[in-house]
Design a binder for this molecule. Structure first.
Ligand SMILES: [Zn+2]
Ligand SMILES: [Zn+2]
Length: 654
């Protein structure tokens, strides 16, 4: 909008273990799965009118080239070292289990640690420190730790420089600084290679050739050691930013203008990615700089906290939340963009609530913005044959124009200061200024003031359309159509410097009036989960297919074969037995509602399936820490589930 040349790049980081695991599970090529996943993400962004210069993924040839360029530079500068690492190895699958191939208890909080990071506390963990590990390929615990050689990125070399950068240049939000300085202080080195197939290979030959040619005092890499290993996802994922830029410019030289010292680079990430972007990535940028290109450190990183769903995490499998594909079916993308910008979790996690969404859309978008625009334009139709009236501006009119100009200036400054919410407030303030002005001047009662008040109100609508563009681009487009002018052109026009311009000269003919925003009623979406009773059968089948759980969520359920070792009456409940089930590693107790279906003796020593990691609770004073699974038909007949061949206790159900 200010005519500054810029590129907005994004893409998927696709070399993660979850994707390789899913490919293994589905017996498919990881490339197909990454295409499918990336397409979904791209479509979600498109449906919200997010307009990237490029949306790619990290598996491209451009990114491979950039990754190998940076690897070579880092290795030949002595910032990558070989170390022997003790890695998890599954004896059943006869392979190493990098990162997310093993899961277990987090050594910090006891939560679910997947490979190198804990899902619950978000801390990085070393796989050796995870307790009760489980192989994610076969589900067994037949795991040992074996030595294997890997490459490590040295994170100590630029500590002082980066500390200075964070403290002096303020590249991260104030509330994240302390954590990041702590992470920086603790940083030592991080392994950047993995024993797996999916990913970029290690450019051994290229590196060795350079060492030879330049006679460097660096050990050559042994090609045998790195056969069957790849660069780990987090190494090539941030490099993707540059890879995407190279792809955008088809590898010419122009991409460098967006990454060298003259460039201003701004990132937008979630708080769980802070360490990668504020410690590791800057180290890589500094270390990989050379005569050809000196990379720019991040100028600013928007590090967002989490948006929660009515105080819990969003979860597709539990139908908690509203997801982009449904969201844009319910309401226009503008409404969501506006509300998310308004709720942006900059300083702390924020909660989405339907009522609040409704009230903001109705009060701000509809009543404040929409009504001001509609009111003004209907008066132009009525009195001026839909043409901009001549205005001999009086002192009061000039004052209002000045106030609007100041507000646009504030808007610009807030954006420059990275205060997105305040910028949105300033845009909306323009509508308030205009509305107040109309109410004070009452052009409908004051025929003498009509021409100039409507003239000024139209100029304010022009500014409103321009400033709302980043938040509600569709509405801005409509305002442009209604004013019969261009609201946003990226052709080097500084709309913000002269926001009230735009060809709205006296006599300019306006376009047709349209509805900008509509009032919404969220009640139908709020209780959607309860509305399942009288649907058409066709809808039910559709629902059955839609209401899916993710593979990850399913794998979180620890279901095992167990043997019932004791059955007692529950002292305080008529329908319950107190049952103990031996699942091999442990004996778990449950309160089971089986009394109307089985005699105690019938249950004794039966092999059953239990959900072993059920959150423990008490049922009428008795502990219940697992669940015996049964089948139930429409007549409420119940049957225990048993395997059809003999199975060991503790065997996993999957
Ligand atoms: Zn943890
Ligand atoms: Zn295994």
């Amino acid at each position: 909008m200010k005519g500054v040349e810029n590129e907005f790049i994004c893409g998927g980081d696709v070399h993660g273990t979850p994707l390789e695991l899913e490919a293994l599970e589905r017996g498919e090529d990881p490339r197909d799965i990454k295409d499918e996943q990336n397409r979904k993400v791209r479509e979600a962004y498109e449906s919200l009118n997010v307009d990237f210069s490029i949306f790619s993924d990290t598996h491209s040839e451009y990114n491979r080239k950039q990754t190998h360029d940076m690897f070579e530079e880092l290795y030949c500068s002595g910032l990558i070292n070989e170390k022997t690492q003790n890695m998890a190895y599954c004896k059943d699958d006869e392979r190493f289990l990098p990162d997310r191939y093993i899961e277990g208890e987090c050594p910090h909080c006891g939560g679910l640690a997947r490979g190198d990071q804990c899902d619950d506390c978000g801390k990085l963990v070393e796989p050796e420190n995870i307790e009760n590990t489980e192989c994610q390929i076969c589900g067994n615990n037949n795991i040992e730790f074996r030595d294997t050689d890997h490459l490590f990125l040295d994170l100590t070399e630029y500590k002082d420089e980066l500390k200075n950068w964070i403290e002096e240049e303020n590249p991260v939000p104030e509330n994240m600084k302390k954590q990041i300085l702590h992470d920086l202080d603790e940083a030592e080195d991080r392994s950047i290679t993995r024993d797996q197939d999916w990913g970029f290979n290690i450019p051994v030959e290229r590196v060795n050739k350079r060492i030879e040619e330049e006679n460097l005092d660096i050990d050559k890499l042994d090609s045998k050691t790195y056969d069957g290993k790849v660069l780990y996802v987090w190494f090539d994922a941030p490099i993707g930013y540059i890879g995407f830029t190279r792809e955008l410019f088809e590898d010419g030289e122009e991409w460098k203008e967006h990454w060298n010292q003259d460039a201003e680079v701004t990132y937008s990430i979630g708080k769980d990615n802070a360490i990668f972007h504020a410690v590791i990535w800057p180290t890589m940028l500094l270390g990989a700089s050379n005569d050809d290109i000196e990379y720019s450190l991040p100028d600013y990183e928007f590090i967002q906290q989490y948006l929660m769903w009515e105080e819990g995490a969003f979860s597709k499998s539990r139908n908690r939340g509203v997801f982009i594909d449904e969201a844009v079916q319910h309401y226009p993308a503008d409404y969501w963009r506006f509300y998310i910008a308004k709720m942006l979790p900059t300083n702390h996690d924020t909660n989405f609530a339907w009522e609040d969404f409704e009230s903001e859309v109705n009060n701000v978008l509809n009543n404040t913005v929409g009504n001001f625009v509609n009111r003004t334009l209907s008066l132009v139709e009525k009195w001026f044959d839909n043409e901009v009236p001549v205005g001999a501006l009086k002192a009061r009119d000039k004052e209002v124009i000045e106030e609007a100009e100041k507000t646009v200036k504030k808007y610009d400054e807030e954006f420059e200061d990275k205060n997105i919410q305040e910028a949105l407030d300033a845009a909306v303030e323009l509508a308030r200024i205009g509305d107040r002005y109309l109410s004070e001047e009452e052009p409908w009662n004051n025929e003498e003031r009509r021409e100039e008040t409507i003239h000024v109100a139209l100029q304010i609508i022009r500014a409103l359309g321009a400033t709302l563009f980043p938040f509600t681009p569709e509405a801005s487009g409509k305002i442009g159509d209604m004013l019969n002018t261009n609201i946003h052109t990226s052709e080097g026009v500084n709309e913000l410097l002269d926001p009230l311009a735009g060809g709205l000269e006296p006599g300019h003919r306006l376009g047709e009036r349209e509805i900008l925003f509509e009032k919404i009623d969220v009640s139908e979406h709020k209780d959607q989960t309860e509305e399942t009773s009288d649907e058409e059968p066709e809808d039910e089948i559709k629902k059955f297919n839609q209401d899916t759980v993710s593979f990850d969520d399913f794998m979180e359920m620890d279901m095992r074969m167990g043997e019932i070792v004791s059955v007692e009456e529950h002292p305080n409940a008529d329908k319950l037995y107190k049952v103990k089930v031996d699942i091999g590693e442990a004996t778990l107790q449950t309160c089971a509602g089986l009394k109307n279906h089985y005699e105690k003796e019938e249950l004794q020593n039966e092999t059953v399936v239990v959900l072993a990691n059920l959150e423990p609770s008490e049922l009428r004073g008795e502990k219940s820490e697992c669940m015996i699974l049964v089948a139930e038909d429409e007549e409420k007949n119940i049957s225990l589930l048993s395997p059809n061949t003999e199975m060991e206790k503790g065997g996993k159900v999957r």
